[in-house]
Design a protein around this ligand. Structure first.
Ligand code: AMP
Ligand code: MG
Length: 478
């Protein structure tokens, strides 16, 4: 079989990337292939599961049609600009054209050093590989735009990390593209207007063919982020590291380093070990997305209008649309979670979240129990969640008077996942994998892609962590 590569990024000028081959893995083992995704991509399952697939996923064999390269990009990390980041532990092998004519990047993550590796080893520990596999596929299954997991392999060599020596792994990531706000910033930092125009034209053709202008591109990216962040928040997701190099122009969720789904709700919740000021807290994500989009808009100014003042005015006009668009998506998501009609009072969503925060309620279980009540079930379990009964009952009575489950139940069910990738389970699966036991990882990978499906056999995955299982901090995968 030949892979249906069609590599448009490699056609861009050489200053967009560094050509680089993957390093060899000494003893790779295939851990999991996403057969559903392989089918969507038009790839042959038997081929992928055989020696050719293993060679592809481990970096030991580069398909003839691939053009492996490390993409150049910059990025604002926690607000500080790094002019050169780039793929330091990832390689774009090329783009696959699916039978339906859609284009996807096929990228190896953890495949060795590149000219952008700086002091790093270019490798990935197995833990972050498994984490990204589980979380990105769960996101996709919930209907949230995300990069995808095609395969995970162990490399057969150890890597050295802060927490010790751990097995290495390689992740095969599929994305509409890996072009980030940081990719544009790379060329702005170099005052390379020609490259900015080529990149913008590439992105318009690839992601936003309906955008007829550079301001149209900005508008499209703004709309995509507004919808995305609302979706994240509606399932209690905290990305954790919304740096501009981790903000995909396609509007897909990208990079699952220190991310987490909240157990008990608080708008200020942060997991990332290095996010000391709560920059990327759950409730701050729209502010940060707007900040990232402002950085994106800056890169487009020379293209929007040769007159800088006019360009700034037009970009500002577009950026102003983010807040109302986000608010609309956010309200519609939360109204769906509560089975509320579209003209219901927005204040009730705030009241609900205040209740959750003040009573330290588990975000997912609360909405799950509410959905069961809306479906005609008993309210005993829901009311039992309350730590302070009276305010909870008052809230519940108001909800009963406002909710319209007769007409909104199906929406409600699809807005409230039964199972989310809880951190303590991910951690448990990683620790088992480090002891060569992949049973839990495979179990989770199967369970988390059916988030809305009732299944009593998976009830153990609905429960929050016990106090001793709580994961308070997550770490970047580096
Ligand atoms: P990330 O944490 O994935 O957003 O990565 C931030 C930057 O650090 C990117 O430029 C990565 O390529 C680079 N990086 C992360 N881990 C490594 C590593 N193990 N070796 C080399 N570069 C790395
Ligand atoms: Mg990144």
């Amino acid at each position: 079989m030949t892979l249906p590569f069609d590599n448009s990024y490699a056609q861009l000028p050489e200053r967009f990337y560094e050509k680089q081959n993957p390093a060899n893995s000494p003893d790779p083992q295939l851990l999991r292939i996403n057969t559903g995704l392989a089918k969507e991509l038009g790839l042959d399952r038997a081929w992928l599961e055989g020696p050719n697939g293993l060679a592809l996923f481990s970096g030991n064999g580069v398909p003839a049609e691939a053009t492996p390269l490390a993409q150049a990009y910059s990025g604002h990390q926690y607000g500080n600009f790094s002019p050169i980041l780039g793929d330091g532990r990832a390689l774009l092998l090329g783009e696959i054209l699916t039978p339906k004519g859609k284009r996807f990047d096929l990228q190896l993550k953890g495949s060795g050093r590149t000219p952008f590796s700086r002091g790093g080893d270019g490798k990935s520990a197995l833990g972050p590989v498994l984490r990204e596999y589980l979380v990105s596929e769960a996101m996709h299954a919930m209907g949230i735009p995300s990069t995808r997991a095609l395969a995970a392999v162990s490399s057969g060599e150890n890597v050295f990390r802060q927490d010790g020596i751990v097995p290495g792994g390689i992740f095969t990531r599929i994305a509409a593209s890996h072009i980030r706000v940081g990719t544009f910033q790379y060329f702005l930092a170099r005052k390379d207007d020609e490259a900015l125009m080529l990149l913008a034209d590439h992105v318009i053709a690839r992601h936003y063919p309906l955008a007829r202008s550079y301001i149209g591109l900005l508008d499209a990216a703004i709309s995509a982020q507004a919808g995305l962040i609302a979706q994240w928040m509606s399932v209690g997701f905290i990305h954790g590291v919304m740096n501009t190099d981790n903000c995909a122009i396609s509007g897909e969720t990208i990079d699952f380093g220190p991310c987490a789904f909240m157990d008990d709700f608080h708008p200020d919740r942060v997991f990332s070990s290095i996010d000391r000021n709560g920059r990327y807290a759950w409730g701050n994500q729209p502010v940060m997305a707007h900040w990232n989009l402002t950085r994106f808009a800056e890169t487009l100014l020379p293209l929007i209008d040769p007159n800088e003042e006019k360009a700034v005015a037009r970009a500002e006009e577009s950026l102003k649309k983010f807040a109302p668009q986000f608010q609309e998506h956010y309200l519609s998501r939360f109204r769906a979670k509560l089975a509320l009609p579209s003209d219901s009072d927005a204040g009730f969503v705030d009241n609900t979240l205040d209740l959750l925060a003040s009573q330290r309620l588990d975000f997912t279980i609360f909405f799950r129990q509410l959905t069961l009540v809306a479906a005609g079930g008993s309210d005993t379990k829901l009311l039992a969640l309350a730590s302070d009964k009276e305010p909870f009952k008052i809230w519940f009575k108001t909800w009963q008077s406002l909710a319209k489950p007769e007409t909104h139940l199906s929406e409600m069910k699809h807005a409230n996942p039964i199972r989310i990738p809880r951190n303590h389970r991910i951690e448990e699966a990683i620790q088992a994998a480090y002891k060569d036991d992949f049973t839990l990882f495979n179990h989770l990978a199967g369970a988390w892609i059916i988030p809305f499906e009732e299944n009593d056999d998976l009830a153990d995955l609905e429960t929050p962590p016990l106090p001793e299982e709580m994961v308070e901090k997550t770490f970047c995968g580096t």
